[in-house]
Design a protein around this ligand. Structure first.
Ligand SMILES: [Zn+2]
Length: 162
């Protein structure tokens, strides 16, 4: 466990499990480390803590990004609701009701990749397909999206573990 690589917003950290010694249990980023301060050394429990940490950080980060991005996307009236769902080979999707589903592993990817997925899924609020109209929106509002998409495709194997 300790020594494992952890990815967060495109950066690489090293997991370190620290004995809580009766103190507070917590998960925190410190320098290049993700420190899990825990009373247990049980691997499934430590993994569950890290997953929970990703979800909390992810929820917060995505909510902030949506808030910043939505005003510049004329077809989106307000931030769409979103939730996380583990998916084996997909970063996100958009339901017919307009809810955005995101792979929780997405928070491991670089920021520009996350932005691309968010614009992509929000473009589906207007076009529920991958028609040329859809890609025209992506071209206009997701600038360097090809690089971000390529980057994400290359990250699937690394980021979709655990
Ligand atoms: Zn799509």
């Amino acid at each position: 466990m300790s020594g494992e690589q952890i990815f967060y917003l495109g950066r690489r950290y090293v997991l370190k499990v620290i004995d809580a010694e009766g103190g507070l249990e917590t998960v925190r980023l410190k320098g290049n480390r993700l420190e899990v301060v825990a009373k247990t050394r049980d691997q499934p429990k430590i993994r569950a803590r890290v997953r929970a940490w990703y979800r909390v950080k992810g929820r917060d980060y995505i909510a902030r990004r949506l808030k910043l991005m939505v005003p510049s996307l004329p077809w989106v009236e307000k931030e769409p609701p979103f939730r996380f769902l583990e998916m084996s080979r997909q970063w996100g999707s958009c339901t017919p009701k307009g809810e955005i589903i995101l792979n929780p592993h997405l928070i491991k990817a670089p920021r520009q990749c996350i932005d691309y997925v968010l614009v992509h899924e929000m473009a589906h609020l207007k076009h529920h397909d991958h028609s040329s109209d859809f890609w025209a929106i992506i071209d206009t509002y997701a600038g360097e999206w090809r690089a971000a998409k390529r980057h994400l495709d290359g990250l699937v194997e690394v980021l979709l573990r655990d």
